[in-house]
Write a protein that binds this ligand. Structure first.
Ligand SMILES: Cc1cc2nc3c(=O)[nH]c(=O)nc-3n(C[C@H](O)[C@H](O)[C@H](O)COP(=O)(O)OP(=O)(O)OC[C@H]3O[C@@H](n4cnc5c(N)ncnc54)[C@H](O)[C@@H]3O)c2cc1C
Length: 215
């Protein structure tokens, strides 16, 4: 692979994996990894299990540090740096360093976008003001939710959404002794599964007293 300057937007699952793979393919490329959050390459999959307590230590979620990964793969990693815009003709991105508020430009030969997704928040009145409502996507979300659960020891919870993350949170909150109600807009939990398979899950939820409210 020829020597190139590769700029990657997003430094967690896709972005960090791509950076490591690109370094293995080319020793010469300059690889810049831009992440607006504080953490890179953390274990998204473990977040519900840390809240539930089966992963005891927070540091177990932090698969890589900026320093460790920069050194290991000779990467130019800039966390707390948000890409604001892309100029495709000039092949540059505009970036804000969130620590200082300063904006700057970075050129690229190849741009790789891995900015992830945001949880969908239904347009329900009061949702923005509620102090006991959470979504789960990253480490700051996890810290907020875990602190709430540990400090206030809630007795009941409603989970909106019966997909992977909703079910994992149901399992973990239930294990903490919290009475869980799961609400799902479609006809079954885990919409990606055939109904016969989802029924096994729904039976299991019923046995655990987490009667799913579907449709
Ligand atoms: C709680 C939870 C549990 C999960 N469990 C599993 C599981 O068990 N198995 C599984 O396969 N998958 C699981 N997933 C899904 C998996 O984590 C995602 O599919 C994966 O993280 C997607 O990778 P990504 O690189 O597209 O986005 P992400 O990993 O979300 O990374 C995107 C990053 O881009 C950054 N970013 C966005 N915009 C900008 C910008 N303009 N400038 C700079 N940075 C930016 C964001 O801050 C973010 O950190 C889970 C996800 C969650 C939230």
């Amino acid at each position: 692979m020829e020597k190139q300057k590769i700029v990657i937007v997003g430094g967690v699952a896709g972005g960090a994996t791509a950076a490591a793979r690109l370094r293995r393919l080319s020793e010469n490329s300059h690889i810049v990894l831009l992440e607006r959050g504080e953490h890179i390459s953390f274990a998204n999959c473990g977040l519900p299990y840390y809240i539930g307590g089966s992963i005891e230590k927070r540091e177990k979620l932090l698969v890589q540090t900026v320093e460790g990964m920069s050194r290991r793969f000779r990467l130019d990693i800039r966390n707390l740096n948000e890409v604001l815009s892309i100029d495709r003709l000039a092949k540059t991105v505009r970036i804000m360093d969130l620590r200082t508020g300063k904006e700057y430009e970075e050129s690229y030969d190849v741009l790789l976008l891995s900015p992830g997704a945001k949880p969908f928040l239904p347009p329900i009145k009061g949702i923005a003001e509620a102090k006991n409502l959470f979504s789960l996507r990253n480490i700051p979300d996890t810290d907020k939710l875990k602190t709430y659960v540990d400090d206030f020891e809630p007795k009941s919870a409603v989970i909106v959404g019966g997909g992977f993350i909703g079910l994992e949170m149901a399992e973990n909150l239930h294990d903490l002794g919290i009475s869980v109600r799961l609400v799902e807009v479609s006809e079954q939990v885990m919409e990606a599964l055939d109904f016969e398979m989802a029924s096994i899950l729904q039976d299991h939820l019923r046995k655990k007293n987490m009667v799913p409210v579907v449709y």
